[in-house]
Design a protein around this ligand. Structure first.
Ligand code: GTP
Ligand code: MG
Length: 340
């Protein structure tokens, strides 16, 4: 299952206490103070790792504690610092304080790190408190407490391209043909229940291995999704940060006309957010191999023309149009004027 929200309990280590100790030597029974400082407690850090696409590592283990600092000792020996604990999270993880809701960080770049619970400082040993008037200080500090916190981690997938369309439009089929991702595909609506990412490498279509983009498959939308119908539109937040949308229209659907399908999906996208509605959107006619009558195709062409877009047709069965689409999207993302 795809985990996109998780609550963690984290506790940094306490600082070790400073030592209270006096030098003891054969000829100096009352030596000066030599109590070392305590070590610092370990902190809890989050680090973004591009190899992760989900919060699944936190499905079972949700409590993390870092080591405490060791106590200082005599002979001015400082206690050892506690080790930090670093938790890896996917790019696009939003970190909030679970109690206040305050946003602590958003991890967007590979390797980016944030400290979410600071380890306590070590206490000072008694040598720090000697003075002209007090040569045998007994004062020493306890270690500071480590921070503890409840964290809400929320993942917003970062994909370049988001897919929208009716259930059964062929979204998952497209992802499976373009990338190595293997989403579930079936001839009933709402097969996809959770978003999934696929990496589209142009290498697959004879292009350069280094040219690739990320596509996000999400559940289908239906009329009224904005007010909760079907699976609702909460999944649209996963495509909110993409750079463009592909709007898939099933041209073989005997019931729904392309114009009607497009009107409904556009309405839901607009109801979701102005940010999403402002993204470039390409209409893509799917299931070209199963087209029943040419009227559907012509209607779709006319609708594309109205928007000043060249029609894009694909078939997940024959593979027609997939290569052109992959290259056109890549060029669009690179800022070349490739809009069809
Ligand atoms: N003939 C034909 N069938 C297709 C094509 N693409 C998808 N299908 C079929 O259409 C059905 C739905 O495909 P999916 O890829 O699961 O559709 P989806 O848009 O992901 O559907 P949801 O996850 O329910 O929103 C499956 O039975 C596919 O085999 C195509 O190009 N041609
Ligand atoms: Mg699907």
């Amino acid at each position: 299952m795809f985990l996109d929200h998780v609550q963690l309990r984290v506790a940094a280590g306490h600082g070790g206490s400073g030592a209270m100790s006096f030098r003891r030597e054969k000829f100096a029974p009352e030596g000066g103070p030599d109590g070392g400082d305590g070590g610092k407690g370990g902190s809890i850090l989050l680090r973004a790792n591009r190899a992760l696409n989900t919060l699944n590592p936190y499905r079972h283990k949700r409590e993390f504690a870092a080591e405490r600092g060791r106590q200082g000792e005599g002979s001015l020996r400082h206690g050892k610092d506690g080790l930090d604990v670093t938790l890896e999270v996917p790019l696009g993880t939003l970190v909030k304080d679970g109690d206040t809701g305050e946003v602590l960080a958003e991890l967007l770049a590979h390797g980016q790190e944030v400290c979410v619970a600071r380890g306590g400082r070590g206490g000072l040993g008694n040598t720090n408190f000697k003075s002209a008037t007090n040569r045998t200080p007994r004062h020493h500090q306890p270690g500071e407490e480590g921070e503890e916190r409840t964290l809400d981690l929320e993942l917003k997938l970062i994909a370049d391209v988001g897919l929208v369309g009716f259930p059964n439009a062929g979204k998952s089929t497209l992802v499976s043909r373009l990338s190595a991702a293997r989403p579930k595909i079936a001839d009933y609506p709402f097969t996809t229940l959770e978003p999934q990412l696929g990496v589209v490498s142009l290498d697959r279509f004879g292009g350069d291995l280094l040219d690739s983009w990320v596509i996000a498959d999400i559940p289908g939308l239906i009329e009224g999704a904005a007010s909760g119908a079907g699976l609702g539109i909460q999944f649209l937040r996963h495509v909110e940060r993409t750079r463009m949308l592909l709007h898939l229209v099933d041209l073989s659907d005997p019931v729904t006309e392309p114009a009607e399908a497009i009107r409904v999906i556009e309405g839901e996208v607009e109801a979701f957010s102005p940010v999403l509605a402002a993204k470039p959107r390409w209409l893509v006619g799917t299931k070209l191999d199963a087209l029943q009558d040419d009227a559907r195709r012509e209607a779709f062409e006319a609708l594309c023309a109205q928007r000043g877009q060249k029609p894009v047709f694909i078939s997940g069965v024959t593979g027609e149009g997939l290569r052109d689409l992959a290259f056109a999207v890549d060029a669009m993302l690179k800022g070349k004027d490739a809009a069809p």
